[in-house]
Design a protein around this ligand. Structure first.
Ligand code: NAG
Ligand code: NAG
Ligand code: NAG
Ligand code: NAG
Ligand code: NAG
Length: 357
């Protein structure tokens, strides 16, 4: 649908930005008529929409135990992912996207990643996107602000009126799009509303279900710093397996884990949460998102009461052991070793408490 809108814009000869799915409501204001792929979502509060997110979105590659995704973030976004979760580390003063440690997996600097995000947002003007940053080494928000500014993302970031907002009080997707503030960034630690208001504190706004699950997903409130009854909530729906006592991502069960229904599926955990809380999860973080052939997006579409009808097929899973390194990784760490070669790194890190979740 997106692609065809853009195509229409080209055919009609519009060249200056977000045109095809806007109409001129008045001479001074434009109003989006399609929001995140659907007209129905324009009038819905951001806090009342279910989004699919990729856990460790930058940790792309195959044959490496520290990777959580097969496809780069451009492909993730094209396929429908609308929250990108990431973990940052301090590599000689640079904010770097690494998994647990930069020797285990180095996904390049945040600045490069945000450049890709900016390119995608520019090409998709009717989309609201969220970022979730795990600030592992506690960089101050001002350090992020510099990187966001360089990428041109500060001006399209949503800054809420206060440090925390109940789920019911978020602006609509239409409002965010019309205002040109379509990027909503959350951070787990060290957010400071008074210094950088668009880096939004995660846990006073969102509660999370348990992560690093190796058995059955539940829907308990695992982490929050607020009143979970009125906050948005995120479910961690990625199944790990234990290797030498360490939880690591496991693509082998991802078809079932990501499925619409069945034991321990995304649909299953979703239903459990709705039964417990009477409302849908806002964010659903998954690994190997394309396993299930779009099932994760189907769960979200159904939750939102819209039809899931992708105009292009989503990416196909890349089997482990595939020798080619092309097409699967846009990041610097080329998956040239086998997935299991990472075991040696795990062994060496087992003395320090390093987890690859
Ligand atoms: C990041 O690491 C550098 C040393 O490489 C250090 O000088 C700096 O203080 C660190 N930054 C933070 C936020 O810890
Ligand atoms: C949160 O989940 C982790 C496992 O992911 C568990 O060890 C911890 O006890 C849980 N904490 C709470 C408060 O539920
Ligand atoms: C996942 O499902 C796809 C499509 O049905 C299939 O080709 C693939 O072999 C499955 N992968 C695993 C690990 O079960
Ligand atoms: C959105 O609101 C509807 C109607 O109250 C509710 O059923 C649904 O669970 C809400 N979704 C989210 C993500 O809050
Ligand atoms: C991202 O992956 C797609 C294939 O899924 C590829 O066409 C594209 O070139 C990649 N982008 C980058 C920046 O590597």
């Amino acid at each position: 649908m997106l692609k065809s809108n853009i195509l229409v814009a080209f055919i009609l000869g519009f060249s200056a930005g977000p045109v095809a799915s806007f109409h001129h409501a008045s001479p001074t204001s434009r109003r989006a008529t399609t929001c995140n792929g659907s007209p129905d979502l324009c009038t819905r509060s951001f806090g009342n929409v279910t989004f699919v997110g990729t856990h460790n979105s930058y940790a792309v590659g195959i044959n490496n135990l520290a990777t959580n995704q097969d496809y780069n973030i451009t492909q993730q976004l094209n396929d429908g992912v609308r929250m990108l979760q990431m973990q940052t580390h301090n590599l000689s003063g640079v904010i770097q996207l690494c998994h647990t440690s930069c020797s285990l997996y180095n996904g390049g600097p945040l600045s490069t990643y945000l450049g890709t995000v900016k390119t995608w947002l520019d090409a998709n003007p009717n989309e609201v996107l969220s970022l979730l940053i795990v600030n592992s080494d506690n960089f101050p928000p001002t350090s992020y602000d510099s990187v966001f500014k360089s990428a041109g993302l500060d001006t399209i970031s949503y800054a809420p009126p206060s440090a925390s907002i109940p789920a019911a009080q978020w602006p609509t997707l239409g409002t965010l799009i019309d205002a040109g503030t379509r990027l909503v960034t959350f951070m787990d630690a060290s957010a400071d509303f008074t210094s950088v208001p668009y880096i939004i504190d995660e846990f006073t706004n969102i509660w999370e279900s348990p992560y690093g699950v190796t058995t059955t997903f539940d829907c308990s409130v695992n982490r929050t710093k607020g009143d979970s009854s009125i906050q948005m909530y995120l479910i961690n729906h990625f199944l790990d397996t234990l290797v030498l006592g360490q939880p690591v991502p496991n693509p082998n069960q991802a078809n079932q884990t990501n499925a619409v229904s069945g034991p321990n599926s995304l649909g299953d955990q979703f239903d459990l949460c709705v039964t417990q809380y009477g409302r849908n999860p806002n964010f659903m973080l998954v690994d190997f998102y394309e396993y299930g052939g779009g099932s994760v997006f189907e769960v979200a579409a159904t939750a939102n009461g819209v039809t899931y009808s992708p105009t292009t097929p989503i990416a196909t899973p890349i089997p482990q052991g595939t020798s080619s390194t092309t097409g699967s990784s846009s990041n610097s760490a080329a998956p040239t070793t086998t997935r299991w070669a990472t075991v040696s790194v795990l062994v060496s890190s087992a003395l320090g408490v390093l987890y690859v979740v």
